[in-house]
Every structure is written in structure tokens, then in C-alpha cells.
Write a protein that binds this ligand. Structure first.
Ligand code: NAX
Ligand code: K
Length: 528
């Protein structure tokens, strides 16, 4: 039998096998539109020509497309600015690799400027005007966008300044209606880069290729959903240029925080003592919070509640301590023990003036405090008192409803990053604004955007576990911003390990496997 004299043809990787490194697996800066623009200008001022950056941007998009898809007809929707300039580069490079490419110009009569004009001249292939006729069912399907065609959305990026209207809106809606694969250059046109909100309309991209670092709009809903798979390409902007923009927002992932490794010589009091203030009913919420704190490494956890609640509180946690608020003493007695470093108030506590008073007492105690659920709604109307009372590290964990109760008067729009930041500043505490795109904000302006939480986390009791994780990390010495960010990430990572059918009780059990991830540096147990 003769040996084949040609090497076997390599298989083109199936999309599932495509190895695009997850740009959100480690923490990195998130650049708002103004900082990204400033970084671009600074890079150019340091001698990197804009054309070089644009060529690198277009090349990165073309590379991502070629990695993901095999050759197919492509239509590049080209806008009037530099996003369109990137689109011209994508068209040229794909065509050079033998792809059939057409450019559809949004504003064929508008004069192009600067780098975008240069790149448009370097594209010598077919270019059609985007006209109303091209958008009719006859035009778009039969002439302009054929079945199976790949759309490159290079209409608008960072320069989006108003809602999409007219032809731009019509073409974007047509892409979605036809269910075509769409690659967004930088960000889907119509998604606000700073807020993730849709301005008018936006295409649902299969893939978005952005440059240098992600923008808030890639991580905040609905922008995150519209962005599809995110690729972040290095286009040669030096890290020092990015650092000079002093980014205050980061991707919430390892690197933003480091988990406390248990010291070999340590004992349980070195790992903090978390006290969960429970109510009479819904004791499950306090138990879940206690489990969260214990699994993440708190040395001791006390579940404190009224005498009538104690049998239920202790039912399934032999390792937790119990405190009878009627027999053993009230909150003040607990606070007299300085080794009680950390408190949780809210889960299952009940909404009442007494809960608000307990929250204010804890805030003034100087201990690390997590205020969640009923503590937040009970504090409605007491925010100025809370802000004045706060004497120690404090984390508030509202979902949107609890946010409305406590911060509804703040002047914010739908932008969740802005909402969390303003709330943190208003009260002087770290705010975890929970949702599919949980935002953590500190009073000093730092913020973290989370992208690892699967939708299965939206289940009763999951927030109670989160409160426990935050407290458990603060008990071990993490600052409130780091503890809150790490807890939110661990919570998402635990849920992601489970898949469908997740219930809150599963989450604490999944935490050890997450902590064993080598990327977190705890697996060897070699803490000093
Ligand atoms: N040096 C740089 O600044 C680089 C920029 N790059 C690209 O440049 C993009 C930003 O470019 P630009 O600042 O030129 O902005 P864009 O290209 O995003 O859009 C600006 C143009 O769109 C118009 N416009 C905005 N919103 C509109 C709407 N709703 N309807 C109709 N017209 C609208 C504006 O009037 C302006 O003419 C980035 O997103 C990125 O793709 C890359 O080339 C990398 C380098
Ligand atoms: K775009």
C-alpha cells in the first residue's frame, strides 16, 4: 500500500472547538468610552499612527472571523466613522483570503474623513449603497443579504451619539429578523458602550471583537446578551497608556482580589466569627447564609435567633453555633464579645422597625456587616441615619426591588453601573447591585462588573448564600469591596459548575470545588 504523499488536510475547527481565550477569565480594566478615546489619542500622541491602530483592529476582526467560520459570503455594513474604517479593513483582508465580500455603505454620499477615508480607498471590491430598496424583502434577501451570509456590523462603535433611526435601524432589525450570523466590530451598533442600553435598535451579534479592553456595554445587560461571544484584541496600545487613564472599573474575576489562604499555624478565631441574625420565620434563609460563610472559610458561624426559632435554626448544621436572643442575651450582648468580627442581618429577618434599629446598631458597632434583604427594605427612609452611623466595613446587597426601596430617590437612569456607584457614595458602603450583570461599587468610585453568573442563579435562597459568602470573606480579613467582588464571582462559578436544576442548597456544597481551582492559588493548602 502506498503512503499518501501529501500531509492529511487539517480539519477546520468546529465552532465548539474554537479556542478563543476567555477575555473575562482574569480581571482586567474595563474602559468607558471616554477613557478608550483618550487612550487612542494618547497612543497616537506617542507616535502610533491611527491608521496602524485601525489596521490592527480590522485585522483582529478578520482573524476572529476566519477562526470561527469557514469561507462564506460576507456583507460589511459600513458606517460613516472609524468603526466603518475598521469595516473597510475587514473587507480587504477577508477578500485577500478568498472570501466573497461586499460592502454596503450606510451613507454613500457622506464624505469620509481621516483614516476611515484612507481605508475606504484601499478597499477596491464591490460597494453598494444602503438604500430603502435594498432593505425590502426582495432586496435584502435576494440581492443584498443572502441566506447563510455573514454580516459584519461596522456601522457605529464608540461614536454612537444618538438612537439608531431610518435606514440604520431598518437594516439592524432586518439582520435580527433573518437570524443572520453577525460579527460586531467593537460593539453591536446601537448598544451604548458605557451603559449596555439599546439606543433605538441593535443587532444580536454572534461575536463581538473589541479592542484593547472591554467596555461597560459588553458586560452590562442587555449589551452583554447582544454582544454574543466577546473577543478582546490587542491592537498595540501600550499598557502604560491604559494605566494613565486610571481605570476605576474592572472585570470581576481572580486578580481583582485574592482569596485568603488558611495559615498552617492558624486557629479558627484567626478565620473570623460570623454571626447571622435570624428572624422567627424563614429560618432557612439564615441557615443558607451560615452555610455560605462556613464553606468559604469562616472559622466560626453563629446562628442567632429568638428562642422559638432555635430548633429550626439548628436542624441541619451541627457545626454551627446557636444563640438564643431571648435566653442568652440580645444583640448588645453579642456585640460585647470582640471576637465576633462579622455580622449578617437581613436574610429571613422580617421587615420591621426593629430590624432597622438592629441594622443601625450593627452599622455603628464598627464590625464588618452585611446588610441584605429585609434589612435593606426595613432601612427605607433611614438612609441618612445609616450613612451617619456607619463606623466599619459594610456591604449592602440589594436586588433591583431593594435598591428602589433604599435608593429610589437617587438621580439615576437605567445604567446599573451608575446606580451602584451613586448608591455606594450616598451611604458610604460597598453596594452589590444584584442581577444577571451584578455590579459591585465602592464609595471611592471603584467598581467591578461580573460576567460569570449563569441564569440558574435566579432561584430562591441564592442571595442568602451570597450574603454568607461576603461575610465569610470579610471575617477572614478581606476588605468589603474585595470580599463582595470575590463572593459574587465564587457564587457565579459555583452555579456554573452545576448546570440546570440548581437550588440554593447546592451552592455551598459546590464552593469547595470552586476553591480547589488551581487558578485561585488555594489548592495546595500551602498558606503561610
Ligand atoms: N484610534 C481610534 O480612535 C481607533 C478607533 N477604532 C474604531 O473607531 C470607532 C470609533 O470611531 P468614531 O469615533 O469615528 O465613531 P463611530 O465610527 O462609532 O461613529 C461616528 C459617526 O457615526 C455618526 N453617528 C453616531 N450615531 C449615529 C446614529 N445613531 N445614526 C447615524 N449616525 C450616527 C456620527 O455622526 C459620526 O459620523 C471604534 O468603535 C473602533 O471601531 C479602531 O479603528 C481602533 C483605533
Ligand atoms: K459596530
Amino acid at each position: 500500500m502506498a503512503f499518501p504523499h501529501r500531509a492529511p488536510r487539517l480539519h477546520r475547527p468546529a465552532p465548539e472547538a474554537l479556542e478563543i481565550p476567555d477575555p473575562l477569565a482574569r480581571s482586567r480594566p474595563v474602559l468607558d468610552v471616554a477613557r478608550m478615546g483618550a487612550a487612542d489619542r494618547e497612543a497616537m500622541a506617542r507616535g502610533i499612527p491611527g491608521l496602524v491602530l485601525m489596521e490592527a483592529a480590522g485585522q483582529a476582526v478578520a482573524r476572529a472571523i476566519r477562526a470561527r467560520w469557514s469561507r462564506r459570503p460576507v456583507v460589511v455594513l459600513r458606517g460613516p466613522g472609524n468603526n466603518g474604517g475598521d469595516g473597510s479593513v475587514v473587507a480587504r483582508i477577508l477578500a485577500r483570503h478568498g472570501w466573497r465580500v461586499r460592502v454596503l455603505d450606510l451613507a454613500p454620499d457622506a464624505p469620509l474623513h481621516g483614516d476611515a477615508a484612507v481605508m475606504a480607498r484601499r478597499w477596491r471590491g464591490p460597494t453598494l449603497p444602503l438604500t430603502p430598496e435594498a432593505l425590502g424583502p426582495e432586496g435584502l434577501e435576494s440581492q443584498t443579504l443572502g441566506p447563510g451570509e455573514l454580516v459584519v456590523d461596522a456601522l457605529f462603535g464608540a461614536g454612537l451619539s444618538r438612537p439608531l433611526a431610518g435606514l440604520a435601524r431598518a437594516v439592524v432589525e432586518r439582520i435580527s429578523a433573518l437570524g443572520l450570523d453577525c460579527v460586531a466590530v467593537d460593539i453591536p451598533s446601537g448598544i451604548d458602550g458605557d451603559t449596555g442600553q439599546i439606543l433605538g435598535a441593535a443587532p444580536r451579534a454572534t461575536l463581538s471583537v473589541t479592542f484593547c479592553h472591554p467596555k461597560p456595554g459588553h458586560l452590562l445587560m442587555p449589551g452583554r446578551e447582544y454582544s454574543g461571544t466577546l473577543v478582546v484584541a490587542d491592537i498595540g496600545i501600550p499598557p502604560a497608556v491604559v494605566a494613565a487613564q486610571a481605570p476605576t472599573t474592572h472585570v470581576n474575576a481572580p486578580g481583582l482580589w485574592a482569596l485568603p489562604a488558611p495559615a498552617r499555624s492558624g486557629h479558627k478565631y484567626h478565620r473570623g466569627h460570623v454571626t447571622v441574625m435570624a428572624g422567627t420565620r424563614l429560618t432557612g434563609a439564615a441557615r443558607l447564609a451560615g452555610l455560605g460563610a462556613r464553606r468559604v472559610g469562616a472559622g466560626l458561624v453563629t446562628l442567632a435567633g429568638p428562642g422559638s426559632a432555635l430548633p429550626a435554626l439548628g436542624v441541619d448544621q451541627p457545626g454551627a453555633l446557636l444563640w438564643d436572643l431571648d435566653q442568652d442575651g440580645p444583640l448588645e450582648t453579642l456585640l460585647a464579645d470582640r471576637r465576633r468580627t462579622t455580622f449578617i442581618l437581613g436574610p429571613g429577618r422580617g421587615r420591621s422597625p426593629a430590624t432597622a434599629e438592629a441594622a443601625l446598631t450593627l452599622a455603628a458597632s464598627g464590625r464588618a456587616v452585611v446588610l441584605d434583604a429585609d434589612a435593606l427594605t426595613s432601612l427605607a427612609g433611614f438612609r441618612p441615619r445609616l450613612a451617619r452611623a456607619l463606623a466599619g466595613p459594610c456591604v449592602l446587597t440589594p436586588h433591583d426591588g431593594e435598591y428602589a426601596a433604599l435608593f429610589g430617590d437617587l438621580d439615576t437612569g437605567p445604567d446599573r453601573l451608575d446606580r451602584a456607584r451613586k448608591a455606594a457614595r450616598a451611604v458610604g458602603a460597598v453596594v452589590v447591585l444584584k442581577g444577571p450583570d451584578t455590579v459591585i461599587a465602592a464609595p471611592d468610585g471603584r467598581a467591578a462588573l461580573t460576567a460569570n453568573a449563569p441564569p440558574t442563579l435566579a432561584t430562591a435562597g441564592s442571595g442568602d448564600v451570597l450574603a454568607g459568602l461576603v461575610a465569610g470573606l470579610m471575617a477572614q480579613g478581606l476588605g468589603p469591596f474585595e470580599a463582595a467582588s470575590a463572593a459574587v464571582w465564587l457564587h457565579g462559578a459555583a452555579a456554573a459548575r452545576h448546570g440546570p436544576g440548581l437550588i440554593a442548597e447546592d451552592l455551598p456544597r459546590l464552593i469547595p470545588a470552586v476553591l480547589a481551582d488551581p487558578g485561585l492559588g488555594l489548592a495546595t493548602g500551602s498558606g503561610g
